[in-house]
Unconditional design. Sequence first.
Lengths: 113, 113
Amino acid sequence: DVKVTQSSRYLVKRTGEKVFLECVQDMDHENMFWYRQDPGLGLRLIYFSYDVKMKEKGDIPEGYSVSREKKERFSLILESASTNQTSMYLCASETGGNTDTQYFGPGTRLTVL
Amino acid sequence: AQSVTQLGSHVSVSEGALVLLRCNYSSSVPPYLFWYVQYPNQGLQLLLKYTTGATLVKGINGFEAEFKKSETSFHLTKPSAHMSDAAEYFCAVLKGGGFKTIFGAGTRLFVKA
């Protein structure tokens, strides 16, 4: 079974703090994604990566950056957390085929005070 | 541009009743279509997907969906709801050859005893 793990299930941070969210997949997948999930808005893509050290902006990249130094690990960074970044963050991975399924981690619920 | 519309943010059915969750998409090219389910406090997992071929697709837990090109729809059905089906369901579309899966806003299914 594919396993995607996220470093924290719940996280509380203060405005202005630098926040790191880690995601690890164990299936040698090429593509990895970070989404945020908000009620009524579904999932919105923040960034994705199709290879080590490669990244592409998604639909809402402002205020975020990412890092992919190793194939299995994809990190989301909030340089200076703000209250409007309070959300559920979901990481996903896929093999990279055209019709591929995404495999999701359990999510990190981030609260910024 | 692709988009996904899920009709109804909340759907309530009685146990044993038919489940029908509606999804319409727009895509300039034949899309790949997915339904994902999210149980409370978990990430998303794939229910079923349509790529090519047979337009009626069967998924896990007794769910199925039919791709209707003329109606640009991919509605999800299950003949008899079970309490364990209570969850949030997301319809998604991926343009063939693309990286980005577009998710609908989600439909929360409630099952009444």
